[in-house]
Design a protein around this ligand. Structure first.
Ligand SMILES: NC(=O)c1ccc[n+]([C@@H]2O[C@H](COP(=O)([O-])OP(=O)(O)OC[C@H]3O[C@@H](n4cnc5c(N)ncnc54)[C@H](OP(=O)(O)O)[C@@H]3O)[C@@H](O)[C@H]2O)c1
Length: 342
C-alpha cells in the first residue's frame, strides 16, 4: 500500500524532516510539496542533504482544493495561523496532520491569548485528536484530523504522564526546559543568528510559552491533574534537541527504581520511549524519534529528565508515527532512525 501524500510548508525545518523520513518510508508516495518563497526550486536545492534522493520541486499551494481528493494524507508544516484556513477546505476523504499549534487547544480564548489571534475554525478544532502517540494511540488510529503536539509539550507530557496517570504527584511541578535553535524555524532572526546564539544561554517567554495550555489540557485528560505548573523555556546554543528537567514532589517516597518501574509499565508498548540510567543526553536522540527519560530522587523529591529531537519526536517523526497508526501500519514504519556516536 502506498499512501499518497502532500506536504504544505516543505521548505522549512519541519518540512525538511518530513521529507527526509517520508522519502524512505516504504508506504509513502509524496505527490507534491509546497513552499512560499522557495516555490519553483528543486527540493534538493533547499534541503541539500536530500541531493540524489528526489526530483521533487517545491510548488505554490494549489488554488483548487478539490484536486486534493486524489490524496490520502496532507501534512501541514506551516507557521501558526495558516492551518486553520487550510484544514477545513481539505476534501473529506483525505486525512490531515497539522504540525502547528492551530488545532491543539480546545479553548478558543486560551488560543487567542497564547497565539495572539482569534481562532477562525473552532468547529473543525473539535474534530481534531491531539497526537501525543504514546497516550492517545487508540483514538489516533481512526482519526481523520490530528493536531501534532508541540516539541516542548511532547518532552513535558512524556515525562509527566505516568506520574499523573498514577496520581502520584503532591503539589507544584516545575518544568525547566531547553531547546536548540531549529525550534525557531528556518528563517534567520536576530536572536537565532549564529553570532548571537552560539555560546549564549538565556530564558525566554517566562510564564507565557504557548505550549503551557496544551500541556495542562492534556494532563487533565491523562489523570486527575490539579497541580500548579511552572514552565520555563530556555535557548541552548545547539541546533537540535530539547532537554527538560521536571521537578516534582510525590505523595509517597518514590525511589529511582520505583519510578523506573512505573514508567516501564506505562510505556510497555512504546518503542520510542527509552528509560536510561542517570541523565539522558540530547546527543543520543538527535535525528531519531526517541524520547529518552531518566530519573533522580531524594525522599519525596523526584526529578524526571527527558530528551528528544525537537524536529523528529517533537515534530515530523511523531507526525509520521501518527500517520502510520491512521493507515493501519506498524507505528515504527519508516522511523527506525538511529542517532550518531559521537
Ligand atoms: N521547528 C520545530 O522544532 C517545530 C517543532 C514542532 C512544531 N513546529 C511547528 O511546525 C510548523 C512549521 O515549523 P518550521 O520550524 O518548519 O517553520 P519554518 O522552518 O519557518 O517553515 C515554514 C514553512 O512554511 C512556509 N511558509 C511561510 N510563510 C508562508 C505563507 N505565508 N504561505 C505559505 N507558506 C508559508 C515556508 O515556505 P518558504 O520557506 O518557502 O517561505 C516554509 O516551508 C510551525 O507551526 C511550528 O510551530 C516546529
Amino acid at each position: 500500500m502506498k499512501i499518497k501524500i502532500a506536504i504544505f510548508g516543505g521548505s522549512g525545518y519541519g518540512g525538511s524532516e518530513l521529507l527526509r523520513i517520508l522519502l524512505l518510508h516504504p508506504n509513502a508516495e509524496i505527490r507534491f510539496v509546497t513552499a512560499n518563497e522557495h516555490a519553483g526550486k528543486a527540493v534538493s536545492e533547499v534541503h541539500r542533504n536530500l541531493l540524489g534522493l528526489t526530483d521533487l520541486r517545491f510548488s505554490k499551494a494549489p488554488e483548487d482544493f478539490e484536486s486534493l481528493a486524489d490524496l490520502d494524507c496532507v501534512f501541514l508544516a506551516l507557521p501558526h495561523g495558516q492551518a486553520m484556513d487550510i484544514a477545513p477546505r481539505v476534501p473529506a476523504n483525505v486525512k490531515v496532520i497539522d504540525l502547528s499549534g492551530d488545532f491543539r487547544l480546545r479553548d478558543a480564548s486560551a488560543f487567542a491569548r497564547h497565539y495572539g489571534r482569534e481562532h477562525t475554525a473552532m468547529n473543525a478544532q473539535s474534530q481534531f485528536i491531539y497526537g501525543l502517540t504514546e497516550t492517545n494511540r487508540e483514538v489516533i488510529r481512526p482519526a481523520r484530523w490530528v493536531a501534532n503536539p508541540g516539541c516542548f509539550a511532547t518532552a513535558t507530557l512524556l515525562g509527566l504522564a505516568p506520574l499523573v496517570a498514577n496520581n502520584s504527584l503532591s503539589c507544584r511541578v516545575i518544568v525547566d526546559a531547553k531547546t536548540g535553535s531549529s525550534g525557531s524555524g528556518a528563517k534567520p532572526a536576530a536572536n537565532t543568528h549564529h553570532p548571537q546564539r552560539s555560546n549564549s544561554f538565556y530564558a525566554y517567554k517566562p510564564f507565557a510559552h504557548q505550549h503551557v495550555p496544551e500541556i495542562e489540557q492534556e494532563l487533565k485528560s491523562i489523570g486527575d491533574w490539579t497541580n500548579e505548573l511552572v514552565f520555563m523555556t530556555h535557548s541552548l546554543p545547539v541546533a537540535r534537541g530539547i532537554f527538560a528537567s521536571i521537578y516534582t514532589e510525590t505523595k509517597h517516597e518514590i525511589g529511582v527504581d520505583d519510578a523506573r518501574a512505573m514508567f516501564a509499565d506505562f510505556y510497555r508498548d512504546s518503542f520510542f520511549v527509552r528509560l536510561v540510567d542517570g541523565s539522558p543526553d540530547i546527543n543520543w536522540v538527535k535525528t531519531t524519534n526517541f524520547c529518552d527519560i531518566g530519573f533522580a530522587a531524594r525522599g519525596r523529591q523526584l526529578v524526571v529528565f527527558t530528551a528528544l529531537d525537537n524536529l523528529v519526536k517533537g515534530a515530523a517523526g511523531q507526525a509520521v508515527q501518527n500517520m502510520n497508526l491512521m493507515f493501519d501500519l506498524d507505528e515504527k514504519t519508516g522511523l527506525m532512525l538511529t542517532g550518531n556516536n559521537p
